[in-house]
Structure formats: C-alpha cells, structure tokens
Design a protein around this ligand. Sequence first.
Ligand SMILES: Cc1cc2nc3c(=O)[nH]c(=O)nc-3n(C[C@H](O)[C@H](O)[C@H](O)COP(=O)(O)OP(=O)(O)OC[C@H]3O[C@@H](n4cnc5c(N)ncnc54)[C@H](O)[C@@H]3O)c2cc1C
Length: 306
Amino acid sequence: MTRSVLLWMARNPWLRRRLPRLGFVRRAVRRFMPGEDAESAFTAAAGLAASGQGILFTRLGENLAELAEADEVAAHYRSLLDRETSLPHPPELSVKPTQLGLDIDSEACFRHLDALAARAAEAGTWLWLDMEGSTYVDATMDLYERLRAAHPNVGICLQAYLKRTPTDLRRLLPLRPAVRLVKGAYDEPAAIAFRRRPEVDAAYQALALVLAEAARDGRARCALGTHDSGLIERIAAFADSAGVARGSLEVHMLYGIRARELARLNAAGFPASTLIAYGAFWYPWYMRRLAERPANVLFALRQLLP
Ligand SMILES: Cc1cc2nc3c(=O)[nH]c(=O)nc-3n(C[C@H](O)[C@H](O)[C@H](O)COP(=O)(O)OP(=O)(O)OC[C@H]3O[C@@H](n4cnc5c(N)ncnc54)[C@H](O)[C@@H]3O)c2cc1C
C-alpha cells in the first residue's frame, strides 16, 4: 500500500513540480545522491574506486518532452567519456532510453546510444541500458539487440518481477549479453508482474542461476543489481555447486544503500560496483528509492528537524 502510494507520488506531475523545492526533501535526497552535478559524482567515485570497486554513473532524467533535450543528455554523457580522470578505470554509464528520446523518436534514441557505445568502447568502458516501466520493455530489448550486434561493451537491465523476463533472458543469451538483474522498481499490475516479495525473490534466484551458468561459460556478463545480500549468498551457494566462481558474479548496488555490505561482498570475492546517480531531475527516482524501503520516509521526515 505505502509502496503504491509512493510510486503514485513519483508519477504525479503536480508533486513532481513542488516537492523537490522543499528544503527537507532536498536534504533527504543527499543520502542517495552525492550532488546534482558530475563533479560531485566524480568526487564520490574517487573514494569508492580507491577501495577497489567499479563505478557506474547515471545522470537522472527520464521521459523528455523534446528531442533537443536528448541531444543535450547525449552530449553530457559523451563529455564524461572524453574526460581525463584520476579513477583507475573509466566509469561505466547507465542510461534510460527515454532520457535519450525513446518516447519521441526511437531512431534518434538508437543513434545516440550507438554513438555512446562506440565512444565508450574507445574509452575502454561499458554502456548499460536501464529498464523502465513495462511499456518500454519491448522497445528496450529491440534497442539492445541492435546495439549488441555492433558493440560487445553494452549491457541491459532485466527485471525479475516481470513474468516475461525468463523468455526475454532466453532471447538474449545467444547474443552473449551483459545483463544486470534487478528485482524491479515500478508499480506493475499483477497480470504481468509478481508483487509479493517471496515470488520476486524466487524469480530472481532462478534467473540469476541461468545467467551465472552463462557467465561461467564466458557466454554472458552477470551483474546482480540488488542490495539483498541474503539472496546474493544463496545464489552464490547454488552457483558454486554448478562450478560458477564468485568472480563471475558481479554485484552492483546504488550509492548510499548498504555500502558496507557491498565492501564486504567485494572482499569476499564478488566484483563489486556502485552506481552513482546525480542530476537536477531526481524527484521520480528518489521516490522509487523511498518506495523500496518505506522506512526511508521517516529518514526524510527527520530532515524537517533543525
Ligand atoms: C545497480 C542497480 C541498478 C538498478 N537499475 C534498475 C533499473 O534499471 N530498472 C529498475 O526497474 N530497477 C532498477 N534498480 C532497482 C531495483 O529494481 C530495486 O527496486 C532495488 O534494488 C531494491 O530492491 P533490492 O533488490 O535491493 O531488494 P529489496 O528486497 O528491496 O531490499 C533488500 C535490502 O536492501 C536494503 N534496501 C533496498 N532498497 C533500499 C532503499 N531504497 N533504501 C535503503 N535500503 C534499501 C534493505 O536493507 C532491504 O532489506 C536498480 C538497482 C540497482 C542496485
């Protein structure tokens, strides 16, 4: 119930305009976001990278109104790839297709992604496609297939809560994909998505094992995009009995969530990465973080106190 209300708030245009202006909301979001500009993201990345973690960047934004905005977003991502940094490895990028114009012109979106993937390859890094609400899954899968045909350094996010995902994973496996498996962050109807946590976790585990075996055989890059370390340990135990080394099971978490747990998993042999989000358009993304753990609402309300 609370989750559905928070996800409704994430989509509500009136709240989208007003809530981000409130000081306590702006203070609360800092827990998950080092700042609104790329400088803050690079500063946060330096410390994490020094401890041996991989870094992913995403600039917050989705569902643009005009294609010119997509050109600006693409130019911004390109500038990250062109930048000289002191990080041991260039950051990987994780982008939302609607942020690059998917709603307006899917060919223009493809061209932006294609150019970014090529530039990312030159820079020795990766480009990931985030997965948005269920109405975008077909288009995102199509984009990924076209990109993967030309670029080995592209990945896609798949959502375990969607009942279609086992079929989508089977469709992608012949491409030797890179897949970041997540539980799923949107409010999807029961007809197409599991809504109860045990069902989502079971679906996640089954998908992760298929992906892990593909990673073992060099047929996939497997990233577990979850903060659920109990689930990660269960997957690792099953994977171990199937001969999958921990080094093939990457763990990706979001900046500000269970950072100590990620460091522990890294030390235990799982390659670990932190996805750092930044940008001015953080409201819907932040509301999805609250929906994942309604206790975070209390943290936000505490920011009202002096
Ligand atoms: C790297 C990465 C990329 C992602 N990309 C996408 C994407 O492209 N599309 C998409 O739909 N979803 C994406 N997600 C979000 C994902 O779908 C889940 O909504 C989110 O990860 C919460 O689920 P969980 O797997 O962490 O498990 P949960 O069962 O929700 O949480 C496990 C534990 O983690 C902690 N935790 C989880 N979330 C929070 C939080 N917000 N605040 C504080 N503690 C928390 C709690 O201790 C909780 O008990 C991404 C997540 C990650 C980590």
